[in-house]
Design a protein around this ligand. Structure first.
Ligand code: G3P
Ligand code: MG
Length: 247
């Protein structure tokens, strides 16, 4: 495995410049020169993987209720902002492939749907990304989901995602055969960062929305950041050449 790890990931598609987790967001990120995007994938009531962050529809669409109880016919008729639809995961992959975007696919299972979501996303990912020049990076806060991804789609790289990095993080990384560690910037201590770096594992932090914070993290050795403020990082993304993850 060998793929470039950009420094900036557009968070939830196009960050704050477009409705979150929409195709418009992905398109905007690509147009602004971002080489990488992060988005969240959950199952609809019909078991279709779609891009959405919350388990409920209210915050990001004009619908109501649980995503996991909403059939596709109703879900895809909703407005996810500026007339955008909730996209199918398959549509997002097609767009990422068209633009050559590295996708961090965050498996975001609704509670109780961990296994089903991970199995569906892993199986579908294998076919959707087949032959792609840039493979995605699959992450999840659900370790169960990552274990399933490891078993069903071992060829797709995995990143472990923690709100707070636990003491046994290295055992988790090894068990999941993960290549990156993603964590909440608010909880990243210098000690943990040093430990992860000593093991040569790139650290990716969310969510970083000022230049000052990003620069300070890069100085501390963080490899990449997820940002909502695409406008702040346009110059850097355009000039970016890329690091390489080896293995
Ligand atoms: O994957 C990084 C980040 O997206 C995790 O937080 O809540 O924005 O999905 P959240
Ligand atoms: Mg996310």
């Amino acid at each position: 495995m060998d793929f470039p790890l950009p420094r900036w990931f557009a968070h939830r598609g196009g960050g704050a410049l477009a409705p979150e987790n929409t195709l418009a967001g992905l398109r905007l990120a690509a147009r602004l020169g971002f080489a990488a995007v992060e988005f969240d994938v959950m199952l609809s009531g019909d078991g279709t993987p779609v891009l959405i962050h919350d388990e409920t529809l209210e915050r990001t669409t004009n619908g109501q209720g649980l995503v996991s109880e909403t059939p596709d016919a109703r879900l895809f008729a909703l407005d996810a902002g500026n007339g955008e639809r909730v996209p199918r995961y398959a549509e997002a992959v097609a767009m990422c492939r068209e633009y050559g975007l590295l996708a961090n696919v965050e498996i975001k299972p609704a509670a109780g749907f961990e296994r089903q979501t991970a199995e569906t996303v892993a199986r579908l990912s294998t076919s959707l990304w087949q032959g792609a020049a840039v493979q995605p990076l699959i992450s999840s806060l659900s370790l169960e989901a990552l274990e399933i991804a490891r078993d069903l789609a071992p060829q797709i790289p995995r990143g472990v995602l923690f709100e707070q990095v636990p003491a046994d993080w290295l055992a988790v990384v090894r068990r999941l055969q993960a290549v990156t560690l993603h964590c909440d910037v608010e909880h990243l201590s210098d000690d943990v960062l040093a430990e992860v770096q000593a093991n040569d594992i790139p650290v990716l932090c969310y969510t970083v929305n000022t230049k000052k914070a990003a620069e300070s993290l890069f100085e501390r050795g963080v490899s990449a950041v997820f940002t909502d403020r695409l406008d702040l990082f346009v110059t850097e993304t355009s000039a970016y050449k890329g690091l390489h993850l080896g293995g």
